[in-house]
Design a protein around this ligand. Structure first.
Ligand code: ATP
Length: 358
């Protein structure tokens, strides 16, 4: 597992990571969320020794990263892209990493096969598309068959097939009992992949909880009702003690604290015609925006999308078919894609230098 204890990083006046304490456990996918600039990448960099904490501690299976012999066999990480020597082939890049970590050559072939790059293994990495580069980064993370895997924005720039593939890969790695820690701004993707969430804002821990709990605690769920005799419906709800009812602008009623089955039965008992009876479950995106509204540092102005968190920039629209009152992101600009990819070469050489320098 990965254990953080009061982990703190200050860059001059900027407190990038502020006393983070949490544990990333094996056997599940843990999502790492936070608005732009929240401190996710800095935290991940400290986990693998690319940044030195100002205070606090982070341990990989009980040890500091710097004390791990052959670190790729303990933790595989996918951080910033462009850490691959462009003139080197995918095969040689991986071979180089394998040799410096006591990993057999046969493993290079295995991981190339796993990520689907066997046919281009001898091609230079500088000719790779973004998706191919990402797959190469993932191959490097898997190279040492580590028990812990960490991915910073792994689906950025991947096509739908690639996104599907990495989602299943992460789930499979967790099902094998590995620790999988992944950051992403793609909420719909995170909702499909992560079992547990760690959310930070302005360097501080905001939530460390399971996905269903996180959504339940940070959003509103209700049943939408629509009836030709709206007033009668309202009276019926009142009479049944369902008092948390809001009239929406579109003429429907939103009832909280009860379920659709009970409401349907109530209407049937009183011979009331319903035109709509639909449970509305908030999405992860709604819950995330609700929780992090106070911690958003970089605001854009959409000039149209109404909502409590105007200008909160996320890189995708809400999950199709999953709606709730207050969804605010449609039509807002996407965040610039964070670069990511293989970081092994940097970890192996530059990373050690960086530890000294940071
Ligand atoms: N080397 C550095 N020197 C100075 N400030 C830095 C450095 N690295 C990060 N920061 C600052 O620390 C804060 C956290 O940055 P970080 O990249 O960790 O956030 P993030 O959550 O990964 O953001 P994003 O989602 O936009 O990638 C930001 O304000 C950033 O500007």
């Amino acid at each position: 597992m990965i254990e953080l204890e009061g982990l703190t990083k200050r860059y001059g006046a900027k407190l990038a990571v502020d006393r983070l304490t949490f544990t990333v456990r094996p056997g599940i996918v843990t999502g790492f969320l936070g608005p732009n600039g929240a401190g996710k990448s800095t935290t991940m960099r400290m986990m693998i020794g690319l940044d030195r904490p100002t205070a606090g501690d982070v341990r990989i299976d009980g040890r500091h990263y710097a004390d791990l012999r052959d670190p790729l066999t303990y933790i595989g990480a996918l951080l910033e892209a462009k850490a691959v020597h462009g003139g080197r082939s995918a095969y040689n890049h991986l071979l180089c990493l394998a040799q410096s970590n006591g990993i057999p050559r046969s493993r290079v072939h295995e991981v190339l096969e796993t990520v689907g790059l066997t046919s281009v293994a001898k091609k230079r990495a500088k000719g790779f598309s973004m998706g191919m580069g990402q797959r190469l980064g993932i191959a490097a993370a898997l190279l040492g068959d580590p028990r812990i895997l960490m991915f910073d924005e792994p689906v950025n720039g991947l096509d739908p097939e690639g996104i599907h593939w990495i989602r299943n890969l992460m789930k499979r790695l967790a099902a094998e009992g590995r620790t999988v820690f992944v950051s992403s701004h793609l909420m719909s993707e995170m909702a499909l992949t992560a079992d547990h969430l760690v959310v930070i804002g302005q360097g501080r821990l905001l939530a460390d909880t399971s996905m269903p709990e996180f959504i339940a605690q940070n959003s509103r769920s209700y049943v939408r009702l629509r009836a030709p005799e709206q007033e009668r419906l309202r009276d019926l709800l009142d009479g049944a003690g369902i008092t948390k009812v809001t009239a929406a602008k579109d003429g429907s009623l939103e009832a909280e604290g009860t379920d659709a089955a009970r409401l349907g039965e109530l209407a049937a008992e009183h011979g009331l015609v319903l035109h709509e009876l639909s449970p509305q479950q908030a999405s992860l995106e709604d819950a995330f925006m609700q929780l992090t509204a106070e911690s958003v540092e970089y605001h854009a102005h959409s000039g149209g999308a109404a909502g409590a968190v105007d200008g909160h920039v996320l890189a995708e629209p809400p999950v199709a078919g999953v709606t709730a009152a207050g969804a605010t992101t449609a039509g807002q600009p996407a965040a610039p894609a964070a670069e990511w990819g293989a970081g092994w070469r940097e970890q192996q050489s530059g990373g050690r230098k960086s530890r000294k320098g940071s």
